[in-house]
Design a protein around this ligand. Structure first.
Ligand code: GLN
Ligand code: ZN
Length: 761
């Protein structure tokens, strides 16, 4: 019998009960003992569910109190010095301190887990030698075995991945750190072996990236050490999110199993197996069910793939697995009552994926006619969506194909547009502006609730929004900003707002996934052809512009960001989806222009995170991402000034692409890592308008004038003063009223000082 396996299960619970528990504990509403007890209940429920569905190999130790990378660091006693931890088992106060900060110590940095929207806490190797504080995998294994009779497969973040994701040490110390960590890993594994554990899942997603010769050598050292130290423990060396680089090095390692992703790196992994074979003494964990997407799989197609694999791996050595942990998908489709049937029938969240795995494992083992029929029927149900109206908007498909084959170019190059725009706008040197949103006060949120519940009619809501706009237009004028915004009071979320107004989107009631810690997001599903249905932002923007003589920027979310923050259909390419979105947004840009709005910002904070993991695919992605942006923004008049905004990320590797977006002005979040970003402008010149955020909006702290003047001065050492704008790092939605006004006043003061120094220009 071929076995089914799951690499990890979502923690948050079908009703986000996990999130609620964490938050109750943080706010002091829950005693620690009760907190542990209730989390245990959730953890056991999740294991029981997999057991009842018939999953053969269930991951244990996938559960977390916050994040699995933080768990790993904590297990090794890797606690930054500022938390003054003195040894022993790490208390929850320190654990959550690292994640969220305490009154005395700032939180550790958080960053994206490979190319997903999940954020992990970056381990800081700041000196103290690691020690094993507790054997978490062993505890998880025992619990599953004693309480549920499950022979679990403990999952552990592998040493190479852990090291590569950590920071705070010199690269020249990598081997020293490995030397400290490796014995602790060995100790964990030996204890597991002694316990009688059969298999361990060693997660090494770093294997899908290019590794240096030194890292390959480390990999070898690590897994040879394990093979010698725990000869009776089987290690499944698990990769995911792409095909592995260095296939032959990896399959030559002395481990008993290799887990590969046959969804996101399928072609690469298959061609490696076909070309180089798969070692006869190893088990292949075949990740064929998508752990990241929300769609059902065509089980016939998956079966064919698995049968293909059996030409290289014997059936007894095959495990039918999820492609990665199911952490990245919502829990269950069961509670969704509002989706159209064709769509609901096509979706599989975590629980439904368990069924797919079991069915598929059965089908590979016994190719009876009955099973074949079952698979055929399954596939038929999920294919109905192909015939839906939403997927067959031929008009849109044709127009988008035609438009995307054209050049997306503004009629004048920047250097000439700039002069025309200067003449029209007469802006002072260092124009000041903000990124779009102003504080969403309790009052704003309450108004939206009342309106959504039907307690307020449209008129009441609209007049409330207008009042807010009035308040903030006045304030912005009084503070002395040059380019104003309407404040985005009508929006909860920058993607949802547009998704709700465009065709082709669906929204779930409960499709939450963990983004970081207790924070969950509910991404929309782009399931059909995206189409413009009517103006989305014109009313509010036009209203705001009618209240002032100064220019008001229209505010849109860009195509790539909308796409990257949604679950998307898989029958067409991401590139095509981006063009459909771009065409729809372009119609919004044109509508704004016709309504007299001549500064339009198209936000693309998520452009960098869509970058493929494989270096050789990155250029192509950037090319079509830039093209999509230009498709939105290139049909405007010369005087229309296009702005864009990006949140902080490592821009140094894509500055050229940013320039190619050809936005008249870009604002970038900078203040948290000022040095690094500025440094990239030392190496590359940037020839368009640019505003580097002069203060951090993530903190309630009011920035001092001098801090901002020195930031401005540093930036002006590498950027052309004539093209320089002054703005905060990002939108001000999450900030309070008083601090926002005070901070902006200081920003304007800092600008005046800078203007004084550059008055000769
Ligand atoms: N215009 C958006 C805002 O100000 C941009 C937010 C973002 O970059 N994430 O809220
Ligand atoms: Zn931002």
């Amino acid at each position: 019998m071929v076995k089914s396996g799951v690499l990890g299960y979502p923690r948050i619970g079908a009703d986000r009960e996990w999130k609620k528990l964490l938050e109750a504990f943080w706010s002091g509403k829950l005693e620690e003992a009760e907190f542990h007890r209730q989390l245990e209940e959730i953890r056991l429920n999740h294991l029981r569910k997999q057991q009842e569905k018939g999953i053969d190999i269930i991951a244990v130790n996938d559960f977390s109190y916050y994040d699995h990378v933080l768990d790993t660091a904590t297990m090794f006693g890797i606690i930054p010095k500022r938390f003054s931890f003195e040894g022993g088992v790490v208390p929850l106060s320190v654990y959550y301190g690292m994640a969220r900060g305490t009154k005395d110590a700032t939180a550790s940095e958080m960053t994206k887990w490979f190319n997903t929207n999940y954020h992990y806490i970056v381990p800081e190797l700041d000196g103290a030698s690691p020690v094993l504080t507790e054997n978490k995998p062993l505890m998880a294994y025992r619990e599953a075995s004693e309480k549920l009779g499950i022979e679990g497969r403990p999952v552990i973040v592998g040493p190479l991945t852990f090291l590569k994701l950590s920071k705070g040490y010199n690269l020249s110390d990598t081997d020293a750190w490995l030397g400290r960590l490796l014995p602790l890993y060995v100790q964990i594994l030996q204890e597991l072996e002694r316990e009688g554990v059969q298999w361990v899942q060693m997660d090494e997603p770093i294997l899908v990236t290019k590794l240096s010769a030194a890292d390959l050598q480390r990999l070898k050292t690590i897994y040879e050490t394990f093979a010698e130290s725990v000869p009776n423990l089987n290690i499944m060396l698990q990769s995911y999110f792409e095909s592995v680089e260095h296939y032959s090095d990896i399959v030559a390692l002395p481990v008993k199993g290799i887990g590969l992703d046959f969804v996101h790196g399928s072609s690469g992994n298959i061609s490696s197996i076909k070309a180089l074979g798969f070692p006869a003494d190893k088990v292949l964990g075949a990740g064929v069910i998508d752990g990241r997407g929300v769609w059902k799989s065509s089980l016939l197609v998956k079966l064919a793939l698995l049968q293909d694999l059996t030409e290289h791996v014997s059936v007894e050595r095959l495990i039918v697995q999820s492609s990665c942990s199911l952490l990245h998908v919502p829990v269950t489709i069961k509670q969704e009552t509002k989706l159209i049937t064709e769509l609901k029938d096509a979706l599989a969240f975590a629980d439904e994926k368990l069924d797919e795995l079991v069915l598929l494992a059965k089908a590979v083992s016994q190719s009876s006619a009955g099973i074949k029929e079952e698979l055929e029927e399954y596939d038929r149900a999920c294919q109905k969506i192909k015939l839906s109206y939403e997927r067959n908007r031929k008009d849109i498909q044709h127009t988008v194909t035609a438009i995307s084959s054209q050049h997306q170019e503004r009629s004048l190059p920047f250097s000439e547009r700039y002069l025309v725009q200067q003449k029209k706008w007469q802006l002072p040197i260092f124009p000041t502006t903000t990124i779009g949103s102003f504080p969403q006060s309790a009052e704003v949120r309450r108004a939206r609730q009342l309106w959504r519940k039907g307690e307020w009619n449209d008129e009441q809501y609209t007049s409330f929004i207008r009042e807010q706009i009035d308040i903030w237009i006045k304030l912005q004028e009084e503070i002395g900003l040059d380019v104003l915004v309407h404040g985005e009071f009508e929006r909860t979320d920058m993607v949802e707002f547009f998704g709700e107004k465009l065709a082709g989107f669906a929204f779930t009631q409960n499709g939450w996934v963990q983004s970081y810690g207790s924070r969950c997001v509910k991404p929309p599903i782009i399931f059909g052809d995206v189409a413009f249905k009517g103006a989305m932002t014109v009313e509010e923007t036009k209203y705001a512009q009618s209240r002032t003589e100064r220019p008001v920027k229209g505010m849109l979310t860009g195509p790539i960001t909308i796409m990257n923050w949604s679950f998307v259909r898989e029958d067409i390419t991401r590139e095509q989806i981006a063009y459909q979105l771009a065409f729809a947004l372009r119609q919004e840009v044109e509508a704004l222009e016709q309504a007299g709005i001549s500064m339009i910002q198209v936000d693309e904070p998520a452009i960098r995170e869509g970058l493929p993991l494989k270096e050789d695919e990155q250029a192509k992605y950037l090319e079509w991402a830039v093209k999509a942006f230009r498709m939105v923004t290139s049909t405007v008049l010369d005087i229309t000034q296009i702005h864009t905004h990006m949140c902080y990320c490592e821009f140094h590797d894509m500055i050229d692409s940013i320039e190619e977006m050809d936005a008249d002005v870009i604002s970038i979040e900078t203040s948290r890592s000022h040095g690094e970003l500025i440094h990239s402008f030392e190496l590359n010149t940037y020839k368009l308008g640019i505003g580097l955020g002069v203060y951090d909006i993530h903190s309630p702290r009011i920035p001092q004038i001098e801090e901002m003047t020195s930031m401005i001065e540093r930036a002006l050492r590498v950027l052309d003063p004539k093209l320089f704008w002054i703005n905060p790092d990002c939108g001000l939605k999450t900030r309070g009223f008083e601090e926002t006004v005070a901070s902006l006043r200081n920003m304007v003061e800092a600008t005046k000082i800078a203007r004084g120094k550059y008055a000769y220009l």
